[in-house]
Design a protein around this ligand. Structure first.
Ligand code: PLP
Length: 397
């Protein structure tokens, strides 16, 4: 997955442009900047590639989720439905605006189960937030039907699946708002960075203002701009945006390398009768950043994961025991461990996750192993890896 593997001359030359002008900030300094507007350039490239009217860059993927929620008017006490299998950023962004993360089960897509989503809806629900984990997507058609029926916002976290598509639309562009991360380990990187895409002009305006202290960005004197509503600083720097300008040009090359490597692994493992692959919803095309498989049982998956490591197959993940990606290890959330007092709405409404039962998620995630698909492997290395994986995995029946 990581774009940093192929960091090179085009990234350096983009950054050098910014260093030469000396303007490291995305706003203002019009005279000094020698016509370099890297953040604006990257926003234009993103909205074109993602077939969305608008893009807004921010400082991280977590910031993108936070700004997306705020821009859509989500606030204190509103409920946001999210999966049990995701990155901690999902509930961090929800809690940051005083809203309530409502965890629901995942299914064999490794993302939100539409059935579980429907049964979690209350009169406080505002958003359904599928997280397209490990390069593939939620059943977006089913989720959209639910959102339309209950008048909810569909917010796609496409941080791990940039370049994938559903129903012919780039992931992130199918729902009302989509979010990307350009942190250092994502398919394309800015070092740190994130983005929101949307076709909704008001959300774009809100995101533009909110991510820069509420600045209205009218005129060319920051000091005299007004602030129509409260905001925050989630700006990206020109240096980071410059790296992204180079990387977005390479996205489709990265995707085809991932697909090629993924296909070698998949073809090698397909004959194994003890293994099935994560379900990709009809109409979906993965970005091939991971290959995710189910073993017959949790016990076998655990053992197989250890055996893969011992055989030298690196970068395979057993999410069930993972500190960051599965609800079981989120003690800071389940025990409400926060530095200061949490908002009253959160204290009152947050379900007691220390007692919750996500057996349906456990049944899938317990059996899952995901292996990263790298960009820098040689053809020989991929074949060698595929052979090794097959040899190891066929023993666990
Ligand atoms: C990486 C990631 C994020 C957060 O992105 P950062 O840029 O690291 O803040 C959010 N959601 C998912 C699914 C991610 O993988």
């Amino acid at each position: 997955m990581p774009g940093f593997e192929l960091f090179g001359e085009s990234e350096k030359s983009q950054v050098q442009d910014v260093l030469d002008s000396g303007v490291l900030m995305r706003y203002g300094f019009d005279g000094m900047r020698n016509n370099h507007w890297k953040a604006l350039e990257l926003e234009a490239a993103l909205s074109k590639r993602m077939k969305s009217k608008y893009a807004q860059l921010v400082s991280s993927g977590t910031a993108a989720l936070t700004v997306a929620l705020a821009s859509a008017g989500v606030g204190a006490g509103d409920e946001v439905i999210m999966p049990t299998f995701t990155f901690v950023a999902s509930f961090e962004s929800i809690l940051a605006i005083g809203a309530i993360p409502i965890l629901v089960n995942v299914d064999d897509t490794l993302t939100l189960s539409p059935k579980s989503v429907e049964s979690a809806i209350t009169d406080k629900t505002k958003v359904v937030m599928p997280v397209h984990m490990c390069g593939s997507m939620a059943d977006l058609g089913a989720l959209k039907t639910i959102c339309d029926k209950h008048n909810l916002l569909l917010l796609e976290d496409a941080c791990q699946a940039i370049g994938g598509s559903y129903d012919g639309k780039p992931l992130g562009s199918y729902g009302d708002i989509g979010c990307f991360s350009f942190d250092y380990v994502k398919t394309i990187t800015c070092g740190e960075g994130g983005a929101i895409i949307t076709n909704n002009e008001q959300y774009k305006i809100n995101a533009d203002h909110y991510s820069d202290h509420g600045h209205d960005h009218v005129g060319n004197n920051r000091g005299t701009e007004t602030h129509p509503f409260l905001g925050y600083n989630f700006r990206i720097s020109e240096l980071h945006a410059a790296v992204g300008c180079a990387q977005i040009e390479r996205l489709d090359d990265f995707l085809s390398i991932q697909k090629k490597n993924y296909t070698v692994l998949r073809d090698a493992l397909s004959p194994l009768s003890n293994i099935t692959f994560r379900k990709v919803p009809k109409g979906g095309v993965e970005n091939y950043s991971f290959i995710s498989i189910f073993l017959p049982t949790t016990e076998l998956a655990k053992k197989a994961h250890t055996a893969l490591g011992e055989a030298g197959v690196d970068s395979c993940f057993y999410w069930f025991d993972n500190n960051w990606h599965y609800y079981k290890k989120w003690e800071h959330l389940t025990h409400k461990r926060s530095l200061g007092k949490l908002p009253q709405e959160v204290m009152n409404q947050l379900p007691d996750y220390s007692r919750s039962d996500f057996a349906k998620s456990d049944a899938w995630i317990g059996r899952t192993i995901s292996c990263l698909v790298k960009l820098s492997w040689t053809d020989e290395q991929v074949v060698e890896r595929a052979t090794k994986m097959k040899e190891v995995l066929e023993k666990f029946v």
